[in-house]
Design a protein around this ligand. Structure first.
Ligand code: BG6
Length: 473
């Protein structure tokens, strides 16, 4: 009963949202470095060059690059069993296509990973999380097949270097974001045609399969997962048109997982591509590579659920404000307009497991909220309520539905830069960072109330969770 004994409890971050030091020790510019701060729900401006007068939040971020020892010690204090982190490709190969490895970049991740291991924290490494090197722009980023080889070369370096130290890998963060946030996913412009997006997605799917195969060849201890942006949705009504509209949305998102888990494009996607006159740039041997590079597990992010229906058919807009045309009147929303749906997580776990029959891992979940520092303390009961209620549903999926869940990494265990807006005030952490939206502050770390709560969750393996916790603040 309850969570398995070896359940991997922990937290998740990405390099560009925490590290800062954006040009230090030889690191090159990335797509994330070109994104300017925006406000509540607005799209972020992406500049072609760095402009002095603009504020780019990831350039300094929360300075994990210089403070990783303190931060990892805090993770250890909470009892983390796993830490999901990403490696910045541009620290290893500053331009993405370099011939030589940037040793200083590799040294940094050596220190981070060795420190985790010294605390018995298992590293789970995402190989690309929203930060394609800008040096690949001259090729057209992921639209160009050459980038597949550059990525494989970069991954090979890491797989060999960390052999025996890192066993869990994710190839691309939220690979289905190529449809919704293509700049973040792979340097593809937001207004690119469907054809360009599908070409870039194909290259990433192929690159992922190659890396899965390679990881298995390098060490049979390696387990490689796909990472799905959890766009789970309910039909807006029982009307068959709405059911099919919802199914259409699901297919547009889930086909990425189908390719990574089953090693081939599903029929519905092949038909859809053909209808739109899109020809995938398949070369000899590719289909075999896709087949041989199936993932070992499925990981996903879960923040909210959507409602979709007839009106949604064919519409995929930018994620932030992924306007499906419907609202769920049964659910409350966060301050950033994201629906709060703990039961939806149980539904998501069932949907993914029943479809793919692979072990699952929740690698992102959390509440982005403003915190108030009062008398040196942050009493974030709203966050505790959100996380508690979601974890209760994970427990039910395990206990009642028999879904194999490997672990759970809460998003942003330490406050970090929001990906959608660049804001600092959209905080997810158990640890507060003294930094505001414009980069002012001491960057001092302060444990929030949720820090001690999560510590207890891990210590008791989820026994302290309570059914339908309600915070009345
Ligand atoms: C996921 C990303 O989509 O959502 C993270 O993998 C991101 O990088 C997270 O931070 C939450 O979104 P936001 O915009 O609140 O940071």
């Amino acid at each position: 009963m309850g969570f398995p004994k070896d359940f991997l409890w922990g937290g998740a971050t990405s390099a560009n949202q925490i590290e800062g030091a954006y040009l230090e020790d030889g690191k090159g510019l990335t797509t994330a470095d070109m994104m300017v701060l925006s406000k509540h729900g607005q799209k972020r401006e992406i500049t072609k060059t760095i402009q002095e007068e603009k504020y780019y939040p990831t350039h300094e971020a929360v300075d994990f690059y210089h403070r990783y020892e303190e931060d990892i010690a805090l993770y250890a204090e909470m009892g983390f069993k796993v830490y999901r982190m990403s490696v910045a490709w541009s620290r290893i190969f500053p331009n993405g296509d370099d011939q030589e490895v940037n040793q200083a970049g590799l040294d940094f991740y050596d220190k981070v990973i060795n420190l985790c291991l010294s605390y018995n924290i298992e590293p789970l490494v995402t190989l690309q999380h929203f930060d394609t090197p800008m040096g690949l722009q001259k090729y057209g980023f992921w639209e160009n097949r050459k980038v597949v080889d550059f990525y494989v070369r970069y991954c090979t370096v890491l797989l060999k270097h960390f052999k025996g130290r890192v066993k869990y890998w994710l190839t691309f963060n939220e690979i289905n974001n190529m449809s919704t946030m293509p700049w973040n996913a792979g340097g593809i412009s937001l207004d690119a045609s469907e054809e360009v997006k599908m070409k870039a997605a194909y290259h990433q799917l192929l690159a992922s399969a190659k890396v899965v195969k390679l990881a298995h060849q390098i060490s049979d201890e390696n387990k490689v997962g796909m990472m799905y942006n959890g766009h789970f949705s309910y039909p807006s009504s029982p009307h068959p048109d709405d059911i099919l509209g919802n199914e259409d949305f699901q297919q547009q998102m889930l086909f990425y997982a189908e390719v990574q888990a089953r090693g081939k494009y599903p029929n519905y996607k092949l038909k859809d591509l053909a209808r739109n006159n899109i020809v995938l740039p398949i070369q000899k041997g590719d289909l075999e590579e896709l087949q041989e590079g199936k993932v070992d597990f499925i990981s996903f992010s879960y923040y909210l659920t959507h409602v979709c229906g007839a009106k949604t058919k064919g519409i995929i807009k930018g994620l932030n404000g992924l306007e499906t045309g419907y609202k769920n009147r049964f659910l409350k929303q966060s301050d950033w307009g994201w629906s709060i749906d703990p039961q939806g997580l149980r539904f998501a776990l069932n949907q993914l497991f029943n479809r793919f029959q692979l072990p699952l891992m929740i690698v992102e979940n959390g509440l982005g909220a403003e915190d108030k520092l009062v008398d040196g303390k942050i009493i974030d009961d709203y966050r505790i309520e959100y996380l508690n209620n979601h974890l209760v549903e994970v427990k039910k999926a395990i206990e009642i539905d028999g879904v194999p869940v490997m672990g759970y990494t809460a998003w942003g265990p330490i406050d970090l830069i929001a990906a959608s807006t660049g804001e600092m005030s959209k905080r997810y952490g158990f640890v507060y960072v003294d930094l505001d939206d414009n980069g002012n502050g001491t960057k001092q770390r302060i444990r929030k109330k949720s820090f001690y709560w999560y510590q207890k969750v891990i210590e008791t393996n989820g026994e302290n969770l309570v059914e339908e916790m309600q915070y009345n603040g």
